[in-house]
Design a protein around this ligand. Structure first.
Ligand code: GLY
Length: 263
């Protein structure tokens, strides 16, 4: 099975009451914690439906954005990378998560800086890792990642996140070894040349942050055109409510770390 979307495990973190202080580019309203918690439970259930072992960590009020656990680490078969989030309020999240990673990995490496890198900018494909420079991830962070994963056999390719877009994966996701779902504004950069690109339906750019997890694709509910594009491509789509995470610029991939540690 392809390593880029075959997973035995996932880590999630419950949303905290402090989520109302989470970062956002534009204020579109206060997230409702009850709705967020229900959507989060549906999300965890969908991951578990594939047979994966999904561990849900307790809420951490110290870090309002910590429900978006994907940004704090990168998990490979060979080992784990503790990232260095570029948002000052999120910098401590990565070190806070590191002890949990020790339950799964003996080889844990750290982005030490001075560069920054957030998991939301990292798209792990079958043959390469695409990393988008963004307001949160810089060239130095990407270069350090390249060094850290070289002896595990991974190639890193630096690409650009569109201006004004939070993370690279805000606008794309991997569907299989050769197929990505992406917005037109991102694929126009040419970063997916050589891949088959499925585009989000017009006006549904917010559907691009989906992800393949074993035999299913989790995508935000409310984007019927894009759901149809994916279904027509033969993918088993599971829409999950995302209205509250979206108020904080969060999406499907942000809410979990997905992995399959070797032995
Ligand atoms: N609210 C998610 C983030 O900005 O990191």
């Amino acid at each position: 099975m392809p390593r880029s979307y075959t997973f035995t495990d996932a880590l999630c973190r419950l949303p905290s009451t402090s989520i109302i202080d989470g970062l956002r580019a534009v204020d579109t309203g206060t997230p409702d914690l009850d709705i967020f918690a229900k959507d989060h439970a549906d999300y965890v259930a969908a991951l578990r439906s594939t047979g994966a072992d999904v561990r849900v960590l307790p809420a951490n009020a110290t870090y309002p954005d910590s429900v978006f656990i994907e940004d704090a680490a990168l998990l490979f078969q060979e080992g784990a990378i503790v990232t260095r989030p570029g948002a000052p309020s999120r910098l401590g999240e990565a070190a806070d998560l590191a002890p949990v990673l020790e339950d799964y990995y003996s080889d844990i490496r750290w982005i030490k800086g001075p560069g920054f890198l957030e998991g939301g900018d990292v798209l792990v494909c079958e043959a390469e890792i695409l990393v988008g420079q963004s307001a949160r991830t810089d060239a130095a962070g990407i270069a350090e990642l390249q060094e850290l994963v070289a002896d595990w056999g991974y190639k890193v390719r630096e690409v650009q996140t569109p201006p004004g877009v939070l993370h690279f994966k805000t606008d794309c996701s991997l569907m299989d070894e050769e197929t990505v779902l992406a917005t037109e504004r991102l694929s126009a950069s040419g970063c997916f040349d050589g891949y088959r690109v499925l585009h989000t339906a017009p006006g549904e750019e917010a559907a691009a942050n989906a992800f393949r997890f074993n035999d299913i694709v989790l995508m935000p509910a409310g984007f019927p055109g894009t759901a149809e594009v994916l279904a027509k491509a033969g993918l088993d789509v599971r829409p999950i409510g995302n209205t509250e995470a979206a108020k904080l610029d969060g999406g499907m991939s942000c809410l979990s770390l997905r992995f399959a540690p070797k032995g």
